[in-house]
Every structure is written in structure tokens, then in C-alpha cells.
Design a protein around this ligand. Structure first.
Ligand SMILES: Nc1nc(=O)c2c([nH]1)NC[C@@H]1CN(c3ccc(C(=O)N[C@@H](CCC(=O)O)C(=O)O)cc3)C=[N+]21
Ligand SMILES: [Mg+2]
Length: 312
């Protein structure tokens, strides 16, 4: 692919964005890389501003994160969430529980957080150890503190068009599409992966925005036939490289939710980035795409829970 050697000067673009501009500003044949990190920072700045307004009214938004066991990836995510809270002026509390804690003891911890007026949002980090029934734990969280949006009440409210908390990853993806000014009314949207956490709520949000939605799963026959119709393609399977450039409609917006560590320890998505970028109009990178938006929307949900606490 061609890349301009022109100096970045005052273009205001990152080196990476500048490198994909062909001489004369013509289309270089490479899709734009969507900067989820920059967008997440502007959302977090907005959260910080609203948190200051709340603080002036005597309310500091509080998030409680419950971490069971010592999964190293979970440790990192939980630390990042806590740091993002502090930076935005939200209070965060991390409860670290031993991997062998009983399910009953965990349920009691959640019930205590439900009663605590300083806690506006509760997140129980997944996955939970195998001896726990994750659904039972999630259903124990008060629906009006369920900032993940995983509780059946919140899933039902989303499905019936009256969402309280939107799950953070799909919500962040909607913010990306909005900021990219992707037209969704009447558009073909294809979601690959039908989890309760990403794929299913993603389909609901896209549907509510007027897209025609196809939800694919691990049994979908000839996946490429589905994905090639997509104006907006969201991939959330946990399978690196499941979508390649030949499966993408030219000009499509491609959103990669996967976070996989490859053999050399590098983070990669579910989409084969190099081949996809030659076809897509715009694409999210991994890292720096969807991941930072997930955390930003967790802050938004927590802030809004605190704002609602003032309304009654
Ligand atoms: N109850 C619950 N809620 C969750 O929201 C939840 C969870 N459990 N369990 C684990 C997953 C995973 N998750 C991520 C959030 C941010 C990044 C993120 O910021 N990723 C960075 C890179 C991070 C890195 O370098 O490892 C990026 O994509 O740029 C990743 C993953 C939230 N999760
Ligand atoms: Mg990412």
C-alpha cells in the first residue's frame, strides 16, 4: 500500500493516520483506523465534568468492583477500571475475594453493596470460578445498580426498547458509530457472536437505531456470505482471524471486539487486521479500539446511576 512521506507538520493527525494518506490526499486504499482511545478520553472528560456537578450537589458517584480469585487478566482490567474512576472523580472500591469463597458468601457481599447508599454501581468481574452460578450472582445485583447491564431485568428492558443500563461494550460501539457518523437507518448490520454480554445486546441496539440486523453464531453456515452484506460488521467471537478481508464489503465499518493474545504475546482481535483494512472504510484496532470504550461507558453508567439517585 502506498504511504505518503510528507511531513506530518500541523495536520493534526497521528503518524498512523498520516501514513495512510496517499500523496494528494487521495484514497490510499486503506480503511481509516478508528481511534477508540481518543473517543474514550473525550467521554471520560465529559463524565468528569458531570461528576463535578454532582459533587457540588453532595453526591460522589461510587462504583464497587467485586473480583473473585486471582485471574491475572481480571486483575489488570479491574485495576484499569479503578484508575479510570479515580481520574474522572468517581469513587471506586475493589473487593478482592478468595477464589474458594462460597457462592452464598459472595451473594451476601453483593446484597450488602445493594444496601450501601454510597455505592451506585456494582460490577462482579467475570468469569467467576466454576463452582459459582454466574447467572445467580448477577440476578442478585440490584437492577438499578447493575452498571454492566447484565441483569435479566436490564436485558428485558433493552429488548423492549426502554433500556436502563446498556451493556458497556455494545454501548461503546454505538458511540463509536455515532462519532464516525455511520448511518444506521436501513443499513445492513451483521453481528458475529451471540453472547449475552456483547452480541445479543449489540443486535438490539443496532435494531433500535433502524438497522436490519443479522446475528450470526458458531453454527452459521458460510459466514462470509453473511458478513459480505454488512455495511456495519461487529465481530465478537473470541476467535482470532475469524473474519478476513475477503469477507468484508468494500467500504464497510468494521468493529473488532476480540481481545486475544497471540503466540508472541501480542494482543490481536477477531478480525485479521491487515487484510481487513484493505477493504474496510474504517476499522477499530486492537488494542485502542473497543476496549477503552467499554471502560468509558462503565463510567457513564455509574455516573447516570448516581444522577438517578438524586431523582428520588
Ligand atoms: N462484569 C464484567 N464486566 C466487564 O465489562 C468485563 C468483565 N466482567 N470481564 C472481562 C471483560 C473484558 N473487559 C475489558 C475492558 C476493557 C479492555 C481494554 O481497555 N482493553 C485495552 C487493552 C488492554 C490490554 O492491553 O490488555 C484495549 O483494547 O485497548 C479490555 C477488556 C471488560 N470485561
Ligand atoms: Mg480494543
Amino acid at each position: 500500500m502506498s504511504s505518503s512521506a510528507a511531513p506530518a507538520a500541523s495536520s493534526g493527525l497521528s503518524d498512523r493516520q498520516d501514513a495512510q494518506r496517499a500523496p494528494g490526499g487521495q484514497d490510499s486504499g486503506l480503511g481509516r483506523i478508528i481511534d477508540g482511545k481518543a473517543l474514550s478520553e473525550s467521554i471520560r472528560a465529559d463524565v468528569a465534568r458531570r461528576a463535578r456537578e454532582l459533587a457540588a450537589r453532595g453526591v460522589v458517584p461510587g462504583l464497587a468492583v467485586v473480583l473473585v480469585g486471582d485471574n491475572p487478566a481480571s486483575q489488570v482490567y479491574v485495576r484499569n477500571k479503578a484508575a479510570a474512576c479515580e481520574k474522572a472523580g468517581l469513587h471506586s472500591r475493589v473487593l478482592r475475594l478468595a477464589a474458594d469463597i462460597s457462592e452464598q458468601a459472595l451473594l451476601e457481599v453483593v446484597q450488602e453493596l445493594n444496601r450501601d447508599p454510597a455505592v451506585h454501581g456494582i460490577l462482579v468481574q467475570l468469569p467467576l470460578p466454576p463452582h459459582m452460578d454466574a447467572a445467580k450472582v448477577i440476578e442478585t445485583i440490584a437492577a438499578d445498580k447493575d452498571v454492566d447491564g447484565f441483569h435479566v431485568s436490564n436485558a428485558g428492558l433493552l429488548m423492549t426498547g426502554k433500556p436502563l443500563f446498556r451493556p458497556c461494550t455494545p454501548y461503546g460501539i454505538m458511540k463509536i458509530l455515532e462519532s464516525e457518523q455511520v448511518a444506521l437507518r436501513g443499513a445492513e448490520a451483521v453481528v458475529v457472536g451471540a453472547s449475552n454480554i456483547v452480541g445479543k445486546p449489540m443486535a438490539m441496539l443496532l435494531l433500535a437505531a433502524g438497522a436490519t440486523v443479522t446475528l450470526c453464531n458458531s453454527k452459521t453456515r458460510d459466514l462470509g456470505t453473511q458478513t459480505r452484506r454488512a455495511d456495519v460488521l461487529v465481530v465478537a467471537t473470541g476467535k482470532p482471524g475469524i473474519v478476513t478481508g475477503d469477507m468484508i464489503k468494500p467500504g464497510a465499518t468494521v468493529i473488532d471486539v476480540g481481545i486475544n493474545r497471540n503466540a508472541d504475546g501480542k494482543l490481536v482481535g477477531d478480525v485479521d487486521f491487515e487484510s481487513a483494512r484493505r477493504v474496510a472504510g474504517a476499522i477499530t484496532p486492537v488494542p485502542g479500539g473497543v476496549g477503552p470504550m467499554t471502560i468509558a461507558m462503565l463510567l457513564v453508567n455509574t455516573l447516570e446511576a448516581a444522577e438517578r439517585s438524586l431523582q428520588h
